[in-house]
Design a protein around this ligand. Structure first.
Ligand SMILES: NC(=O)c1ccc[n+]([C@@H]2O[C@H](COP(=O)([O-])OP(=O)(O)OC[C@H]3O[C@@H](n4cnc5c(N)ncnc54)[C@H](OP(=O)(O)O)[C@@H]3O)[C@@H](O)[C@H]2O)c1
Length: 293
């Protein structure tokens, strides 16, 4: 099975490349800029066709949530038009597309964890561009899995785990927002789940349960609780540690508005694909230890 993933150096693409090496019979090819530039839709179809996928994984995205407020055209070009082209390329080749989306399609006003049928109402340009991307993917290729994930971290790229460990090396106390709740999700787990889902699609040509799925770490956290767990893991591993001070979102203004509650229920993914994410604490410990080495 040959998976072609967009976004060569991204967290999910890097994790898939690593995971592919552990699975005999699975080949993962990552493609990215300059050959494949989602902001230049003309580059997309031929580049993906040349990579000869059995399944396309659409993981590349404009992910700078705050910067997107100043660059809405680029965010929509990449996350909506570009994502649609990736799905169209897969459709032309007669193969499914697994597209990554985000918890930020929700406004955060729900009291519990969001399920796939809940109404979307993004609060940010990034969230709106990703929602438009979901619609473009679904329109371009009926054989799609849209996996909404959240709060992604990994040993690769830039992410919250790495930021906390870097800041703790320089200061005694870090202020972190305590009133936004979600599911920290390791890209290593996303890669595992994507390989699992891809094997199901590849092995069952009559698979019919295409559509939207939530796929996030098990268990919930706020950002400050997430930070404390990262730093406590670091301390017991001999790494840097700092006190975490709880602050409110209003004390840490950002350009993009974020949902206060973007918890996702991953029950549908578990029931269709028989795959459950590990508890976020265990996955965080595994990633933090790798970052510390
Ligand atoms: N990170 C999160 O917390 C989070 C949360 C929820 C959902 N998601 C979604 O999960 C997916 C994977 O996220 P991630 O954390 O792996 O992202 P990431 O680490 O930020 O990587 C994004 C990748 O997209 C590539 N990219 C950006 N603009 C591009 C363009 N115009 N053409 C081609 N490639 C382009 C980047 O390439 P360069 O290396 O060339 O810049 C990078 O490799 C994305 O769809 C994201 O929206 C992420």
């Amino acid at each position: 099975m040959r998976l072609v993933v967009t976004g060569r150096e991204g967290q999910v693409a890097s994790s898939l490349l690593e995971a592919g090496q552990r699975h005999p019979g699975v080949e993962v090819i990552a493609i990215g800029r300059p050959e494949l530039d989602l902001a230049k839709p003309d580059t997309v179809i031929d580049t993906i066709a040349a990579a000869k996928p059995d399944i396309v994984v659409s993981a590349a995205a404009y992910t700078a949530v705050d910067q997107a407020e100043d660059e809405p055209d680029l965010a929509f070009a990449v996350n909506a038009v570009g994502a649609g082209k990736v799905a169209e390329a897969a459709a032309q080749l007669g193969v499914p597309v697994i597209h990554l989306s985000t918890d930020y399609v929700f406004d955060g006003s729900a009291s519990g964890a969001y399920v796939e049928t809940d109404a979307t109402a993004p609060r940010s340009v990034y969230g709106a561009s990703k929602l438009a991307g979901e619609q473009a993917v679904a329109a371009a290729n009926p054989r799609h899995l849209i996996l909404r994930t959240a709060w992604v971290y990994s040993p690769f790229g830039k992410n919250f785990v790495k930021t906390m460990l870097r800041l703790a090396a320089d200061r005694d106390e870090i202020s972190v927002v305590a009133d936004q709740w979600g599911n920290p999700t390791s890209a290593l787990d996303i890669a595992d789940a994507v390989l699992h889902a891809a094997a199901t699609l590849h092995g069952n040509k009559s698979f019919a349960a295409f559509g939207v799925y939530h796929l996030a770490g098990t268990g919930e956290a706020n950002w400050s609780g997430f930070a404390r767990h990262i730093l406590d893991t670091s301390r017991v591993s001999g790494g840097p540690w700092a006190r975490v001070r709880d602050i409110a979102t209003m004390d840490y203004p950002t350009k993009a508005r974020r949902p206060a509650n973007s918890r996702l229920s991953s029950a549908k993914f578990a029931s269709v694909f028989g795959w459950n994410a590990p508890d976020w604490r265990l996955s965080t410990e595994a990633v933090a230890r790798r970052v510390l080495v």
